[in-house]
Design a protein around this ligand. Structure first.
Ligand code: C2O
Ligand code: CU
Length: 519
């Protein structure tokens, strides 16, 4: 296999992605961080140099890390964070994984400050290769003007409402427009930033790899007059399914094909932050209610003037396939290659998830009544390799242990909150066996024939979701809501898979050495 080497230099710098200047956690001087591209089967070697003032890690979202659990990048679970001034090399293969992934810091809420970028694995055997002429990457993110280090303590103040901090703007591929009249006195702000522009040629077809890298926001995504045909969901090819508007939750990825078959002109790309969903249930997608939140880009045909589009948004009333505040109905997504799940599970974990205030009126997140607290400087993986039985971990480590190969796990998620939580599993993708808005699991909704395989799914507010995966990857795998604020409130479990096998492996000395700095 070919080895592909990359450098990521982490450093703070003043940038103004939406026009408002702030200190941004940059990688190689930029935000979003650079795209890392490899081909199927390649070995990826990334030298991360931490020139920030705080520690950091990098997680490779969606990569299974078979045999290399210690390069999963989760502070407190698979490594000690890389101290300031130190370099660390991540070195792994993605096996036969292909598709659209991303990388981000997995230390506190650091990724919302900027440490995130795309990770693409090209597939020479892509069954859709002939269906498009070129491809683009498009990232979505919410954007805060204050660093997470200021927002987090606020969040943990007694009496705080419990809502996520409200973003100041949204960005398409790192570009947004902020109305500077709302900026505090004395800030450096520019209201005339150029939006993200995608240049296309008439009658060509484009694959857009869309990645929601937000800390809290989910988006309704569309391109005026241009339907989106979904062909990939988080590394799984799917039977083409066409939508006008694509709901995309945090950390989800879709590849869509867009046919540039409209008159030569400029068209708006719209990412509408579904922030109304927190306060009420909208009946239509409101593209204009809060201009700072509804970020636009431009889909510009070759030959069109350098002008603002005049195109109109879809009149996307909510229908059976598009619901307010909800994820895309997953039953519309069918794997391109049949990959039926095991018909039964042998292990069932039930996770009651909720956010509420504790006795001191501090907002916390719970999985089965337990708030997760990471042990940042003594990761689970090291404990296991030192021979500590993960069943003896303190309760606040939320460790769920299973040690028999070829078992099949079901995780039953029950959401006691009104809002959806997008849950992500490390080390695997999973079959989404079913989900619904009922208070209890409704087995008549199970799909055991052709469910989608993905690595993030939402558990609907007040509802349930069931995911299934095979026990075949020794490691400490995080399982958490991907709303970064919810992670920091403790909505995290550790799935300790095949610890006996894991304990037999040898932790690379450079991973072990990262912890020396903290002891
Ligand atoms: Cu995108 Cu635990 O990660
Ligand atoms: Cu959540």
């Amino acid at each position: 296999p070919i080895t592909r080497k990359f450098n990521l230099l982490l450093q703070r710098a003043y940038l103004d992605p939406d026009g408002f200047t702030r200190l941004v956690w940059t990688s190689n001087g930029q935000y979003p961080g650079p795209t890392i591209r490899i081909n199927k089967g390649d070995r990826l070697v990334v030298n991360v140099t931490n020139n920030l003032t705080d520690p950091a890690t990098i997680h490779w979202h969606g990569i299974f890390q078979r045999e290399t659990n210690w390069f999963d990048g989760v502070a407190g679970q698979t490594q000690c964070p890389i101290p300031s001034g130190v370099s660390f090399v991540y070195n792994f293969t993605a096996g036969d994984q292909v598709g659209t992934y991303w990388w981000h810091s997995h230390y506190l809420a650091q990724y919302v400050d900027g440490l995130r970028g795309p990770l693409i694995i090209h597939d020479p055997d892509d069954p859709f290769l002939k269906e498009y002429d070129a491809e683009f990457i498009l990232t979505l993110s919410d954007w805060y003007h204050r660093p997470s280090g200021e927002l987090l303590p606020l969040r943990l103040t007694p009496g705080y409402s419990g809502f996520n901090p409200v973003p100041d703007a949204g960005l398409i591929s790192g570009k947004g427009q902020y109305n500077c009249s709302a900026a505090p006195q004395g800030s450096k702000c520019n209201s005339t930033k150029t939006p993200a522009i995608y240049k296309v040629v008439k009658d060509k077809k484009y694959r857009f790899r869309i990645i929601n890298t937000s800390g809290a926001a989910f988006f309704f995504f569309s391109i005026d007059n241009h339907p989106l045909t979904i062909i990939e969901v988080e590394g799984t090819y799917v039977k083409p399914y066409t939508v006008n508007t694509l709901p995309i939750f945090i950390s989800q990825r879709y590849s869509v094909i867009v046919n540039a078959n409209q008159p030569v002109d400029n068209y708006f790309i719209r990412a509408t932050m579904a922030r109304d969903c927190i306060f009420n249930s909208p009946t239509t997608i409101n593209h204009d209610s809060a201009i700072n939140y509804n970020v636009t880009g431009i889909f510009r045909y070759d030959g069109a003037p350098n002008a603002t589009p005049k195109s109109q948004p879809y009149n996307d009333d909510f229908t059976k396939s598009l619901l307010p505040c909800r994820d895309l109905d997953q039953s519309y997504l069918k794997p391109y290659y049949p990959t039926p799940p095991p018909q039964d599970s042998t292990i069932q974990f039930e996770f009651q998830v909720t956010i509420r205030q504790d006795r001191e009126n501090v907002t916390k997140a719970y999985i089965n009544n337990q708030t997760f607290i990471p042990d940042l400087t003594s990761p689970s993986i090291s404990k296991i390799m030192l021979g500590i039985d993960p069943k003896q971990f303190p309760v606040y480590q939320n460790a769920y242990v299973y040690d028999k190969e070829s078992d099949v796990v079901d995780i039953v998620l029950l959401n006691q909150n009104g809002a959806d939580h997008p849950f992500h599993l490390h080390g695997h993708n999973f079959w989404l066996i079913g989900s619904g808005t009922e208070r209890v699991v409704n087995k008549t909704k199970y799909n055991l024939v052709d469910p989608i395989l993905r690595d993030v799914t939402t558990v609907p507010g007040g509802g349930w979701a069931v995911i299934r995966y095979n026990v075949d990857n020794p490691g400490c795998w995080a399982f958490h809501c991907h709303i970064d604020w919810h992670v920091e409130l403790g909505m995290v479990a550790q799935l300790i898979e095949l610890p006996t096998k894991l304990a037999d492996r040898v932790l690379p000395p450079e991973v072990r050495n990262l912890c020396l700095q903290y002891s």
